[in-house]
Design a binder for this molecule. Structure first.
Ligand code: AMP
Ligand code: ZN
Length: 114
């Protein structure tokens, strides 16, 4: 997608410090962190919202969670814990329309979320 911020990050038109990457996904720090550890894990494939996930994407979506587990291990937050979030559309608070898994850690989260 030509005008998508996260596609540009994925194809390195915009350079960011990568936390983790493989052929299918990339993870990088959120520009406006809501916790001491706040990264975004995105598929390289452009998918606008969770509503746009297709059956053929099921392995890809699973890989986002496998990456989260690996990143947790690398950053030593597996045991202390972390939160994973997908926001969808207006009520979900989505502002970037290329799906991204928020991963927050290194502080205690509250519930319910705001
Ligand atoms: P959401 O509101 O769920 O769509 O989340 C979008 C996230 O992308 C927000 O947490 C922003 O802080 C983050 N964000 C926006 N632009 C950038 C950027 N250039 N680099 C890293 N994170 C970004
Ligand atoms: Zn995109």
């Amino acid at each position: 997608m030509k005008d998508c911020l996260f596609c540009k990050i994925s194809n390195e038109t915009i350079n960011v410090e990568k936390i983790y990457e493989n052929k299918d996904l990339i993870a990088f720090n959120d520009i406006n962190p809501q916790a001491p550890f706040h990264i975004l894990i995105i598929p390289r494939k452009h998918i606008s919202t969770i509503n746009d996930i297709e059956n053929q994407d099921k392995i890809l979506i699973g890989e986002l969670f496998i990456a989260a587990k690996e990143i947790a291990k690398q950053n030593k937050i597996s045991k202390s814990g972390y939160r994973l979030i997908f926001n969808c559309n207006e009520n979900g608070g989505q502002t970037v329309f290329h799906i991204h898994l928020h991963m927050l850690g290194k502080r205690k989260m509250s519930w319910p979320p705001g």
